[in-house]
Design a protein around this ligand. Structure first.
Ligand code: NAP
Length: 304
């Protein structure tokens, strides 16, 4: 049996909502149940028709053959403890958390032996949260990384891979520690830098009134989009991917000092060589189909 007949979504935010929409778009007939912590989110999800919404996580997982944990990384352990006694034998349990090592450490010991835990992370998101933020195309051509343990059942991994592929994603498997290091470079530290830059500009704003907002050019504007990401999610990411984040942040600081020195000493060759190397990385991302080649990320200029 490759497909799943009953999918339970624990947490009903951007990611869970997008999973529900993408399942429907793929024509999957699986029953979808779901739950969220607050009554208002559950109501919103029910109104959007994301699935059968239950009051508790225990009810949502009853009889499910795929359970997807879609809550912030710091809440994974608590929801797992709640659902563990209610999981059906043979169920595949996965998650979408942005950090893998800490989630595995928190979740795996709480699960019964009769389920298969295959951690996962779709590399797709926006700066918006909540059920209404979800859309069917979110995972199209985006990577979903699975980090199964050494003793994971290959059939369960294959089923989960097929599930994500039907949602439009490309799937790869890797070791959890490697995932956390790669994501520190590609996502976590860039977010921290964006948060810092916007924070610095906010300090400056007190001096220059609204200039920072009015004249916000592409560079700063792009930072503000990233820095608008969900505070709970990102707090949890940094607290649970501490080692890799600090490692990459250390390297970042060294490079920054080298650039600072090049500016101070007028070493234009260093700056030019550095920027030439980084420009090639952008080209590589476009060639891999992971972003648009259109100027300014394809934004349409606003009419005055
Ligand atoms: P979201 O839109 O903020 O939704 C989070 C959901 O989790 C909501 O239903 C919320 O319920 C519930 N929740 C929050 N705190 C909880 C707690 N302490 N206990 C139980 N439930 C709780 O978040 P999301 O963007 O879908 O992210 C969900 C997961 O996906 C996170 O682990 C994140 O790391 C991962 N992820 C996010 C992105 C992204 O860019 N957003 C990308 C890839 C992976 P209430 O609304 O009722 O509070």
């Amino acid at each position: 049996m490759i497909g799943f007949s009953h999918v339970a979504l624990i947490g009903l935010g951007l990611i869970a909502s997008s999973i529900s929409h993408a399942m429907r778009r793929a024509g999957m007939t699986a029953r979808i149940t779901g739950t969220a912590r607050t009554e208002s989110t559950r109501r919103e999800a029910a109104e959007l028709g994301l699935g059968e919404i239950t009051e508790t996580a225990a009810e949502a997982v009853e009889g499910a053959d795929l359970v997807i944990l879609c809550v912030p990384v710091g809440a994974m352990a608590a929801v797992t403890a709640e659902i563990a006694p209610h999981l059906a034998p043979g169920a595949v349990v996965t998650d979408v958390g942005s950090v893998k090592g800490a989630v595995i450490e928190a979740v795996a010991p709480l699960l019964p032996h009769h389920v298969e835990f295959i951690p996962g992370h779709p590399l797709a998101g926006t700066e918006h949260s909540g059920p209404s933020a979800g859309f069917a195309e979110l995972f199209d051509n985006r990577w979903c990384l699975l980090t199964p343990g050494e003793d994971a059942d290959p059939r369960a991994v294959a089923r989960l891979r097929a599930f994500w592929e039907s949602l439009g994603a490309r799937v790869d498997t890797m070791d959890a520690a490697h995932h956390d290091l790669v994501l520190a470079v590609t996502s976590h530290v860039p977010h921290l830098i964006a948060y810092t830059m916007v924070g610095v500009a906010d300090d400056l704003r007190r001096v220059t009134s609204s200039e920072v907002i009015n004249y916000s050019a592409a560079g700063f504007r792009d930072f503000t989009r990233i820095a608008a990401s969900d505070p709970t999610m990102w707090r949890d990411v940094f607290l649970s991917n501490k080692e890799a984040t600090l490692d990459i942040l250390g390297r970042f600081t060294e490079e920054l000092f080298a650039l600072q020195r090049a500016i101070r000493t007028g070493d234009g060759d260093h700056l030019h060589a550095y920027f030439t190397r980084t420009r090639a990385i952008r080209r590589g991302i476009i060639e891999a189909g992971q972003d648009t080649p259109a100027p300014d990320f394809g934004r349409v200029p606003k009419k005055a």
